[in-house]
Design a protein around this ligand. Structure first.
Ligand code: AVI
Length: 330
């Protein structure tokens, strides 16, 4: 239910966010007792992890952030021409820095417009939404705090007529194929005939470019990956000696994805109090912590087709590393 309406230009919704801690415990118990140990990537993003992700976006090797920003800057007017009449609903809005390039195009039109950021971090949402209202006179914000990943249809609660649903930053790439297809299908099911879906997605390219983007020289991505072990220690009473694990990033050509793993440098047994387990590792055994799927344009088109969405416009950065795709309902 909507809560805490603060002024005429800001409405805040808190939608049924699950108890993260119990879910974290369940996911850690399930993931670390599987044959190939794994953890869902969403647990990277505690306060420290979010900070590290912002640092990743500034790294020389991590091109996706800059490439997408390039598209927004270069084509803001064209993108605005396609979506300007629609409220912009952004899944996983984060610090909204990149989206500002689009909001600036809305503002320059000098007509009222609505931006609906949706994020799992409420502190980030509150702070950033308030700042946006100061910076954009014609803007109304409806912000939603929720874990939207499994149920994008939650954004139906926003009071908007026509909408551009947006999922930027190649975050769809962190979903499995089934999750991506379900996300697009569920999104399509709440789209009216004039609504659009905007997808920012990273394209397939040489592993010589991909791998360093996830294994940078300064070790920021390594710290981001290892941070999930610190989080297990802090929140679940884990006893990981974080130094005894190393960051691994590899390109899985067959699956078309970067995989991140944490590899145990030695055989060890790790007690985790809150899940009442001792997790054993052999030397070299890994925890698979993230997939970052890469696509071709044809694969992006096919992804849309599975959800009855037609690919109508494409924008690329100057290196053609990244794609902003606009879909319309069939
Ligand atoms: C958020 N997501 C799209 C990033 C990616 O590129 O898959 C997360 C990330 N992992 C390591 N570096 C960045």
């Amino acid at each position: 239910m909507p809560q805490g309406i603060a002024g005429d230009r800001l409405r805040f919704y808190r939608m049924n966010v699950q108890d993260h801690r119990s879910t974290f415990a369940q996911d850690v118990a399930r993931g670390l007792t599987a044959r190939q140990k794994w953890l869902p990537p969403k647990y990277f993003y505690d306060a420290r992890g979010s900070q590290l992700y912002e640092q990743i976006c500034e790294l020389p090797e991590y091109y996706p952030y800059r490439a997408e920003r390039d598209i927004f800057i270069t084509y803001a007017a064209e993108i605005y021409a396609e979506i300007g009449r629609l409220a912009l609903v952004e899944f996983g809005s984060g610090n909204m820095a990149k989206t500002r390039h689009l909001l600036t195009a809305y503002e320059q039109a000098e007509t009222p417009f609505t931006y609906c950021p949706v994020d799992i971090s409420d502190t980030m949402l509150e702070a950033t939404a308030a700042q946006l209202l100061e910076d954009y006179r014609h803007l109304t914000v409806q912000a939603m705090h929720t874990d939207f990943a499994g149920h994008p249809e939650v954004v139906q609660a926003f009071q908007v007529e026509k909408k551009a649903l947006a999922f930027f930053g190649s975050s769809l790439g962190n979903f499995t194929q089934e999750e991506s297809a379900a996300f697009l299908r569920q999104s399509a099911s709440i789209m009216g005939p004039e609504d659009v879906f905007l997808l920012g997605i990273d394209l397939k390219k040489s592993p010589a470019i991909l791998v360093p983007a996830y294994d940078d020289a300064q070790g920021v991505t390594a710290a981001f990956n290892l941070n999930v072990l610190h989080r297990i220690n802090r929140e679940l009473g884990g006893q990981f000696d974080v130094q005894s694990f190393e960051h691994v990033a590899l390109y899985n050509d067959e699956k078309g994805r970067i995989e991140m793993h944490l590899r145990s440098r030695k055989a060890q047994h790790i007690p985790i109090t809150k899940i009442e387990q001792v997790v054993s590792f052999q030397t070299g055994e890994t925890i698979h912590t993230e997939n970052s799927c890469k696509y071709t344009v044809d694969e992006v088109r096919a992804l849309g087709e599975q959800a009855n969405l037609d690919l109508r416009r494409t924008w690329f950065d100057r290196q053609r590393y990244f794609l902003l795709a606009l879909f319309r309902p069939r």
